[in-house]
Ligand binder design. Sequence first.
Ligand SMILES: C[S@@+](CC[C@H](N)C(=O)[O-])C[C@H]1O[C@@H](n2cnc3c(N)ncnc32)[C@H](O)[C@@H]1O
Length: 264
Amino acid sequence: MFEELKQRQSVVWGAGPFERVQGMIADMHDDLVAQLDLQPGDRFLDVGCGTGGVAERAAARGAKVTAVDLAPALVETAKRRAAERGLDIDYSVGDAEALEFDDASFDVVASSVGAIFAPDHAAVARELARVTRPGGRVGITAWHPEGRIGDFFRLMAPFQPPLPDGAGSPLRWGDPAYARELLGGDFDVEVLERVSVLEMDSVDEYWEIMSTSFGPIVTALERNDDEGKMRIRAAFFADAASDTRADGSIRQERTYVLVLGRRR
Ligand SMILES: C[S@@+](CC[C@H](N)C(=O)[O-])C[C@H]1O[C@@H](n2cnc3c(N)ncnc32)[C@H](O)[C@@H]1O
């Protein structure tokens, strides 16, 4: 299902150097890894790993880290970063809906706003449960649908192709009841409401990073003509205005949920 969409997503997410964006959610990466209470030697899987923000933290704590992402370009960057940092991480291209690992092969499975982008939510939930050993743990972060990133998704929607019928919106995972429903059959689930804080010197700096390095915006700019590009930029600046202080700097509070589960 949704193969054409996922093919497109694998290119879209790789359309910019995501490593420039991942620092904006470093507090979420710290939070997720801290909550999972990793022990040296834990077999750890990061699903939708991007350029390695979570995988690197887990490896630094002594976990035996495997990580997959749909976007080949981001996996290449993640591999390079691991080599530069002397971290032993087994990266490969992979789909959250069809993980290429044996049943019960991980002690801890994590995904920081990654697996939520796969369109078949039930398949993702099934795969997360399948690869987690009994007694093992899962930790997923998801943007809250009513939060500032929910607003950002809504402002970008007119400039992107619509999701095909039946494809799940990533924002649904941010609804605690929905996340419990998806994972509650196989995990004892706890949902924590969190805030990630973005601080930037100016909207111009924020736009420069996002417009050159965040694949979905890079792609939307490429797909639109000059007028469309101007409308995207204007919508972005209008949205950021509510987070702008008198000195022009930005502080944006982005609510997300941290879904923690223990495999039964
Ligand atoms: C917002 S980025 C988050 C990356 C990383 N987890 C982080 O927190 O820095 C979303 C990531 O999910 C990946 N992704 C989207 N759909 C996926 C799928 N079906 N399977 C695996 N990864 C997927 C994208 O390629 C992208 O790297």
